[in-house]
Design a protein around this ligand. Structure first.
Ligand SMILES: Cc1cc2nc3c(=O)[nH]c(=O)nc-3n(C[C@H](O)[C@H](O)[C@H](O)COP(=O)(O)OP(=O)(O)OC[C@H]3O[C@@H](n4cnc5c(N)ncnc54)[C@H](O)[C@@H]3O)c2cc1C
Length: 627
């Protein structure tokens, strides 16, 4: 059941307390409560009601438009981390370098762009290599990847030879078009939790995208299914969108009504966790277990008591009491790439020197907490297009938007079931670059770069004109940032230094992405369609000097919101890392982390599918530990 306040929560003993009902947390809550013996308390920051408004796929664009924010921002509360835009990264001028996160049930899966990309087989094999745990390899993770998505009963014969456990939920696209040749059924599966489908509304540019690929050849090649472990080339995009054209988040799927109704699952909303509290342990090297969660029943932090003198002037302000809840077996932190390390640092788990400098008593000296923050970096490149059939029509015309919205509500179809583009593509940089800087990718079949076309302007379009856009993304970056704190107040904002473009490889790789963009848009099929480069893109060409390209890059670089790695897993005997390969916090008892913070490297793709897969395996590890 769902509770809005701790005071209404029934008094019972919980085996597990999960902090964060986001992408990973909901997977774990679902899987642990499959066993009626386990009782689980899942806590999160926001209301389930706001989640219910978020099931429209196209929502992302509409709300970005209405709210005038640089990235997908919906009618949920994001925490904007302004700190780092002012204190860090002075070389970057773009407001959208803000690192967005979804503070809502479903977490970032409730607010993300819904791209479903697993990354490459090499990505997971590198996880396995650095953790010395083959369980994280691509082959061994297949059952867990498959558990995430569902495949439609509409194509049973196509899936007859699927070599995966049938736990995925692949669904037909909203328009039920014939998808033969647009994906490889043998790498998907039929029965699972989270819906994934191909684009359910055709875009006028669809045929041109692949005509250009055929014409250009070489690195521009068709890849039937980028989720096969080998993502290089141009493919049809798969998204976490249902046949009804609705967002499939971890809240709508893993916490669907039949799961949230389980008697052994309690969900507490509006609970902001400040710390995990220690008790003595004889079984851990630090001498501590952390099975108590401290929290405030308020998104904004602790309740404050204001004391006034009899004359009404302010005497003092004191924080009110914080609440506590215990887990008899484990506390699982799933508060995401910022939240999980923030809670650890508040709790005295982190670099002992850095914590003592700000007056926090160090209980467990784990110097990697908050380090290794790895985000990708992206630029949206805009062109003017000779078309009247782009998404700009709906983005700027309220009457038309209402019409298609009505159509969507009636039929679950129409332009609102997609995010404005139906393809995705991945590339490696030229070898001269990896020879010069080293290769940050996970292997020869893994991309460094992603290019994503879109049939219209990204965000609010200019008042006139039609647009074609293509995002360029460095998906295997070498730059690293960090999450630190500078206050003993657990509700103070953490300091986020994403470190964008601090490695020379990343700038050079983005230059190369722009060169690939220029090559791609030079295909004959775009003659007469692409009219001109638009906005800042108009200032650069394929022949621009590195300095000119770098200025464009630094002025337009943005976060694609794929940060990972701040509580990274490492081998049991490694002297770095935050969690062991079973995702237990090193040196302590009773505390695990299950979310995107445990990735040791960013996967060479968008990060929700890998987060789901990791959470599925992690849930099994927890179950196994307490069998
Ligand atoms: C705007 C945006 C667009 C994106 N687009 C895509 C995309 O198209 N495709 C893709 O694959 N990936 C995308 N991503 C990334 C992907 O969604 C994330 O990598 C993934 O969802 C992270 O999952 P998580 O479980 O680690 O964290 P989250 O899903 O963010 O969950 C963390 C949860 O913890 C809660 N929480 C945090 N702190 C506390 C606290 N102190 N107390 C209690 N609760 C707390 C939050 O409310 C949240 O529910 C996008 C992300 C964003 C933000």
């Amino acid at each position: 059941a769902v509770y809005n306040s701790f005071s209404t929560l029934p008094s019972k003993d919980y085996d597990f307390v999960i902090v964060g009902g986001g992408t990973a947390g909901n997977v774990v809550a679902n899987r642990l409560t499959e066993d009626p013996k386990n009782s689980v308390l899942l806590r999160d920051l926001e209301t389930i009601e706001s989640e219910l408004n978020l099931d429209l796929a196209f929502h992302v664009n509409i709300d970005a438009f209405q709210l005038d924010v640089p990235f997908f921002a919906l009618d949920v509360k994001f925490q904007y981390d302004w700190n780092f835009t002012t204190t860090i990264q002075p070389g970057l001028n773009n407001r959208s370098t803000i690192m967005l996160r979804g503070f809502v049930l479903g977490g970032s899966s409730s607010v993300n762009g819904m791209f479903y990309t697993r990354g490459s087989a090499d990505d997971y094999d590198r996880f396995a290599a650095v953790t010395k745990d083959d369980g994280w390899s691509w082959d061994n993770l297949q059952p867990y990847i498959a558990k995430v998505i569902l495949v439609p009963t509409a194509y049973p014969e196509a899936f007859a030879n699927s070599n995966l456990l049938q736990n995925e939920k692949w669904e037909p696209p909203a328009d039920r078009h014939n998808t033969t040749g647009q994906f490889n059924p043998s790498v998907h599966s039929l029965t699972g939790i989270n819906a994934v489908s191909l684009g359910g509304f055709p875009q006028s540019i669809d045929p041109m995208i692949f005509e250009a690929v055929d014409e250009l050849g070489s690195i521009f090649r068709f890849n039937e299914d980028y989720n096969s472990g080998n993502p290089l080339g141009f493919s049809w995009l798969q998204s976490t969108i249902t046949t009804e054209g609705r967002r499939s988040s971890s809240a709508t799927s893993y916490l669907a009504p039949e799961f949230i109704a389980r008697e052994n699952l309690d969900v507490l909303l509006h609970a902001r966790v400040s710390r995990v509290l220690p008790s003595v342990s004889k079984n851990s090297s630090s001498g501590f277990a952390f099975r108590t969660v401290e929290f405030a029943q308020d998104l904004n932090g602790s309740i404050y008591y204001v004391y006034l003198t009899s004359k009404g002037s302010l005497l003092r302000v004191e924080p009110g009491p914080l609440l506590k809840v215990d887990a008899s077996k484990e506390v699982i932190l799933s508060a995401g790439v910022v939240g999980s390390p923030h809670i650890l640092l508040n709790s005295g788990i982190g670099d002992a020197g850095e914590l003592s400098e700000i007056g926090i008593k160090s209980l467990v000296n784990l110097r990697s907490v908050g380090k290794n923050l790895t985000d990708q970096v992206s630029i949206i490149n805009e062109f003017m297009a000779n078309s009247t059939n782009t998404i700009d029509n709906i983005s700027r015309n309220a009457t038309l938007l209402n019409e298609v919205y009505t159509e969507f509500n009636k039929t679950g179809m129409g332009p609102l079931v997609t995010t404005g583009g139906n393809q995705i593509s991945f590339f490696r940089v030229n070898e001269s670059l990896t020879e010069m800087f080293g290769d940050p990718s996970s292997g020869k079949n893994s991309p460094h770069l992603e290019l994503v076309p879109g049939n219209g302007f990204f965000g609010p379009p200019p008042p006139t004109g039609h647009y074609f856009q293509m995002a360029t993304v460095v998906v295997s970056p070498a730059s690293r940032g960090s999450i630190t704190i500078n206050s003993t107040d657990p509700f103070a904002n953490p300091i986020i230094d994403p470190g964008y473009l601090t490695s020379p490889f990343d700038i050079a790789a983005m230059r190369e992405a722009l060169q690939i963009l220029f090559r791609y848009t030079s295909a004959r099929v775009w003659d007469g369609y692409i009219l001109s480069q638009f906005g800042a893109l108009a200032n650069i060409t394929a022949d621009s000097s590195d300095d000119v390209l770098d200025e464009y890059i630094r002025n337009n670089a943005a976060s694609p919101a794929h940060p990972v790695g701040t509580a990274a897993m490492s081998a049991k005997d490694a002297d770095y890392g935050v969690v062991d390969p079973d995702l237990r916090v090193k040196g302590v008892e009773g505390l695990r982390i299950i979310d995107s913070s445990v990735f040791p490297f960013v996967t060479s793709a968008h990060t929700q599918a890998p987060t789901y897969a990791i959470a599925e395996r992690a849930a099994e590890l927890v179950k196994f530990a307490w069998m």
